[in-house]
Design a protein around this ligand. Structure first.
Ligand code: HEM
Length: 484
């Protein structure tokens, strides 16, 4: 029956794809290592084009990698339900903003948006500066030109940034060099990805019989324990300061604008305070989304810079123009806007190495999306990674050319979707750009980045990771070598 229904669906669809087998569909074609997954998707794109369909058992998936389909998908006000794969995140993130749908998502999105207003964001600058200086000092101790794996040390800095800014709590991850929390997040991220990519593990009854279930439970206990500590710490702080509601000005002196966690703890929605579990789910969501994504953005940008000394020097010149004789001081908020070259470099790195390589929506009723006939129950996957490397969309896609974002050539706003777009775009986009800019500015002013001939082996985890780390060599900039 399921095979008949698959074939029936295919007959009605105008999307090409491989023929599905009874019961398993195309699941057998997806038995690959996570490092092979992006390559596998590319081979399907090479064969069928920018849109193709597959079945994981009886579940239909359509994969797209062209702005003409991406635009219709992400800009629609109706297509806001996340795809089936996000259900594997529920044990960890519950119904947080990333995974929620329908009225709950609308309510929380509207309610949390003011916490990312630039009036609030600019107060996080000292936090980002302090943590990027700790990271810089750590790198300085290792900077002898030998490869440094950037992911672990950067993740700790990013974790401190998100905890101290939007949560208002210190976790001092950078000082406690081995963070169990960061490792547990990585475990959860890897297990969730395995469930997304290996169709058999997607079935609960199979997954529950594997050792992954136990590993997931241990990691969840640790992560949720840390979340509870963060919430409790902030609650105590608020009680100490006698803050019981969100009227008036906040600690930054800004009227009616409150940092994220205070909003959740003090605000009322529909006349009642947000329940404990919902607060926990949002904190888990933002702790994860707020640090792993920016880590990926920072490390791949440093990697790209290490391979392009000419662009690195241009960037250094820009920093020199802004900071002059005071290359060691922290940047002012308005100076971040002057870092135009840096912005282009970050955009180009996020094009080649998007922190979130794949996103997914569920079609909740039969619909035509960008000319594609899609039946109810189909999960549409936007392969951002592939779209950003599509030669029809970006000329010479495998070359690192930051200036491409400066010219009119890059006109279609849906061809670069590192932060997605439309109603479910990234709520933390400005926060992320600010944090990445501060961190990179601090590092490129202090070091020359040198390539170490170790190409990252990419894996499309929930975020873009690398199996062998992302490695760069650093040499301190001194008066004598600061210019080439
Ligand atoms: C380089 C950094 C970042 C990148 C590339 C990025 C990218 C994205 C993308 C592509 C989405 C859409 C996901 C989807 O449709 O399933 C998203 C959503 C989201 N991002 Fe980010 N993100 C970054 C940083 C951040 C930060 C710093 C935060 C929080 C502080 C954050 C919080 C979120 C949340 C909560 C959502 C879900 C929004 C919703 O569905 O309403 N992100 N992000």
């Amino acid at each position: 029956v399921s095979w008949w229904s698959m074939l029936n669906r295919i007959c009605k669809s105008n999307v090409p794809g491989p023929f599905p087998l009874p019961i398993i569909g195309n699941a057998h074609q997806f038995v690959v290592r996570s490092t092979e997954f992006l390559g596998l998707l590319k081979s399907f794109t090479d064969k069928y084009g920018d849109v193709f369909r597959v079945h994981f058992f009886s579940y239909p998936y359509v994969l797209i990698s062209h702005p003409k389909y991406a635009e219709a998908l992400v800009s629609s006000a109706d297509l806001i339900t996340k795809g089936r794969s996000y259900s594997f995140l529920k044990a960890w993130l519950g119904e947080g903003l990333l995974t929620a749908s329908g009225p709950r998502w609308r309510l929380h999105r509207k309610f949390l948006t003011p916490a990312f207003h630039f009036n609030i964001l600019q107060n996080f600058l000292p936090v980002f500066c302090k943590n990027s200086e700790i990271l810089r000092d750590k790198i300085r101790r290792l900077a002898d030109g030998q490869p440094i794996d950037l992911f672990p040390i950067t993740a700790l800095a990013a974790l401190d940034n998100v905890a101290e800014s939007i949560m208002g709590v210190s976790v001092n991850a950078q000082q406690n060099s081995e963070s169990e929390y960061v490792r547990a997040i990585e475990t959860l991220s890897q297990i969730t990805t395995l469930r997304m990519q290996i169709p058999l593990l997607g079935e609960d009854f199979v997954f529950n019989l594997t050792p992954y279930k136990k590993k997931q439970d241990i990691a969840l206990e640790l992560v949720h324990g840390q979340t509870k500590k963060v919430i409790e710490a902030r609650r105590c702080e608020l009680e100490k300061n006698n803050k019981t509601n969100i009227s008036g000005t906040n600690e930054y002196g800004i009227k009616n604008k409150h940092a994220f966690l205070d909003l959740l703890l003090l605000a009322e929605i529909d006349g009642k305070l947000i329940d404990e579990q919902s607060v926990r789910e949002e904190v888990d969501t933002f702790m994860f989304e707020g640090h792993d994504t920016t880590t990926s953005g920072i490390v791949y940008t440093l990697f790209c810079l290490s391979k392009h000394p000419d662009i690195q020097e241009k960037l250094y010149e820009e920093q020199l123009t802004i900071f002059g004789e005071e290359m060691d001081r922290t940047p002012a908020y308005n100076e971040l806007a002057q870092m135009k070259v840096l912005e282009l470099v970050i955009k180009e790195s996020l094009r080649m190495y998007p922190s979130v390589p794949l996103i997914e929506r569920l079609i909740t009723k039969d619909a035509e999306v960008g000319g594609l006939k899609l039946s109810k129950g189909t999960s549409v996957v936007l392969n951002i990674f592939q779209m950003h490397r599509n030669p029809e969309v970006f000329e010479k896609p495998l070359e690192f050319i930051p200036e491409r974002f400066d010219s009119l050539e890059h006109k279609n706003p849906f061809s670069w979707l590192a932060f997605s777009a439309g109603p479910r775009n990234c709520i933390g986009q400005k926060f992320a750009m600010m944090e990445i800019k501060v961190t990179l500015s601090t590092i490129v002013r202090s070091f020359k980045l040198v390539p170490v001939d170790i190409e990252p082996i990419l894996c499309a985890d929930l975020i873009l990771r690398s199996q062998n780390g992302v490695k760069v060599g650093f040499l301190p900039r001194t008066q004598s070598n600061s210019k080439t």
